[in-house]
Design a protein around this ligand. Structure first.
Ligand code: FAD
Length: 470
């Protein structure tokens, strides 16, 4: 059905960028086809990213709490065990429910779904090797590339998804490794390290840079690293991996200080390589139609998501910008709005970032380091959860809220939260930033008591004046 009749929009890739663009396009009355090679919709995020990782983070947290925290609340068990296959089954069920849900949304919105590998053969034609084994050409006035990203390996390291795994393998281990080494202290490595650490693995994180999660506000990062260390995570910073030997029972890594020096070895049962992700454009035909990319393979677009080839657009992880699902979704909506003759908008300075460890760390806007670099005079307001009544009531009072505001105008520049549910708390700050609010604006909003959100209000009070509870 898709082959002969022309679409208004053809989307290559059914991840958060692609499927959202396809649904939005259909909602705007455009005839739309989405091509996906994976066999299921939802892309990296739903299949091997955001969703399965959050499922395992939650399950492993429940186990950890049952073992270490429930007794403090007067809830006692005679024994607590991990049933790993059951834990994995719950994760798989969440993934399959959600990916099927998107198929349902495609039907509801009349998005045509073609299963197969798409290749651009002209600026208005995509040749698809279908999953069933045939080939069809899908035509469209506008083609959106939303092919996302793939795991980045490191030179000299072969990922076998058994002993040396990517995040995909780390989401599907069949045994709890006694020792797990994580290469790369970005959010994915720390989240997966947390999962297995809570289930009993000894975790060592090896990182080339001198700090973990480099995009994080330095003061928050310091507290965050201390918290992870308290949970048993070990860090080897400023260290590079120079050799990986999988010939024995486990894996033996050879390490060297980043600046050079004596080599050491470190052994583990499983090694997770989480050294970043790389745009995925293999066999897409970009060369054939002349789509421009940068040095690291990202597709270059203008503010309307148009590539240098007329009628061809790109969104999500395959273009520059933060590699996050919600950013890909925003790109998708804005791109399609432009195509439909409307005005789209994505403000990349206000994309929230969340690390879903325990505690979570969430931020929006600028870090203190970035504010300093801007050269503006600023004020900082902080409030620790130790002084928040709800956090005390639930016996989980680690972390803080930190707000940065311009000194002269009190306009909020950045907000950073470390707390159990920071990923939910951050959106009050995201709205404030979007509306150019001042810290006083937040402070004068009545916040329900007792909530963790009151810490945001108190940090706002601390920014332009004084907090009450500390
Ligand atoms: P993708 O999701 O990668 O989707 C691209 C799709 O295109 C894929 O399904 C692929 O099969 C398909 N495709 C590629 N080429 C072709 C072709 N030629 N023909 C047909 N189909 C093709 N982000 C967050 O915001 N929050 C999180 O908590 C989070 N956790 C993560 C955890 C892990 C372990 C990982 C790996 C990632 C995580 N991410 C998270 C990042 C998030 O998954 C990505 O930013 C997001 O999926 C990008 O969306 P996308 O649509 O651009 O690309």
């Amino acid at each position: 059905a898709s082959g002969s009749d022309e679409n208004d929009v053809v989307v290559i890739g059914g991840g958060p960028g692609g499927y959202v663009a396809a649904i939005k396009a259909a909602q705007l009355g455009l005839k739309t086809t989405c091509i996906e090679k994976r066999g299921t919709l939802g892309g990296t995020c739903l299949n091997v990213g955001c969703i399965p990782s959050k499922a395992l983070l939650h399950s492993s947290h429940m186990y950890h709490e049952a073992k270490h925290a429930f007794a403090n609340h007067g809830v006692k068990f005679s024994s607590v065990e991990v049933d790993l296959p059951a834990m994995m089954a719950q994760k798989d069920k969440a993934v399959s429910n959600l990916t099927k849900g998107i198929e349902g949304l495609f039907k509801k919105n009349k998005v045509n779904y073609v299963k197969g590998y798409g290749k651009l053969v002209s600026p208005s034609e995509v040749s698809v090797d279908t999953t069933e084994g045939g080939n069809t050409v899908v035509k469209g006035k506008h083609i959106i590339i939303a092919t996302g990203s793939d795991v980045k390996s490191l030179p000299g390291i072969t990922i076998d998804e058994k002993k040396v795994v990517s995040s995909t393998g780390a989401l599907a281990l069949t045994e709890i490794p006694k020792r797990l080494i994580v290469i790369g202290a970005g959010y994915i490595g720390l989240e997966m390290g947390s999962v297995w650490g809570r289930l009993g693995s000894e975790i060592t994180v090896v990182e080339f840079a001198s700090e973990i999660v480099p995009t994080m506000d330095a003061e928050v990062r310091k507290q965050f690293q201390r918290s992870l260390e308290k949970q048993g995570m070990k860090f080897k910073l400023k260290t590079k991996v120079v050799g990986v030997d999988t010939s024995g029972d486990g894996v033996k890594l050879t390490l060297e200080p980043a600046a050079g020096g004596d080599q050491t070895t470190l052994e583990a049962d499983v090694v997770l390589v989480s050294a970043g992700r790389t745009p995925f454009t293999a066999e897409l035909g970009l060369d054939k139609i002349g789509v421009e990319t940068d040095k690291i393979g990202r597709i270059l677009v203008n503010e309307r998501f148009a590539t240098n080839v007329s009628g061809v657009y790109a969104i999500g992880d395959v273009i520059p910008g933060p590699m996050l699902a919600h950013k890909a979704e925003e790109d998708g909506v804005a791109c399609v709005e432009y195509i439909a003759g409307k005005v789209g908008h994505v403000d990349y300075d206000k994309v929230p970032g969340v690390v879903y460890t325990m505690p979570e760390v969430a931020s929006v806007g600028k870090t203190e380091e970035q504010v300093k670099e801007l050269g503006v005079e600023y004020r900082v307001g902080k409030f620790p959860f130790l002084a928040n009544s709800r956090a005390k009531a639930i016996d989980n009072a680690e972390g803080l809220v930190k707000i940065l505001a311009e000194k002269e105008t009190d306009k909020i520049l950045g907000v950073h939260i470390m707390a159990p549910n920071a990923g939910e708390l951050i959106h009050e700050a995201a709205i404030a930033l979007q509306y150019d609010a001042s810290s006083e604006d937040i402070a004068r909003v009545c916040h329900a008591h007792p909530t963790m959100s009151e810490a945001v209000k108190e940090a706002a009070m601390a920014t332009y004046d004084k907090p009450i509870h500390i």
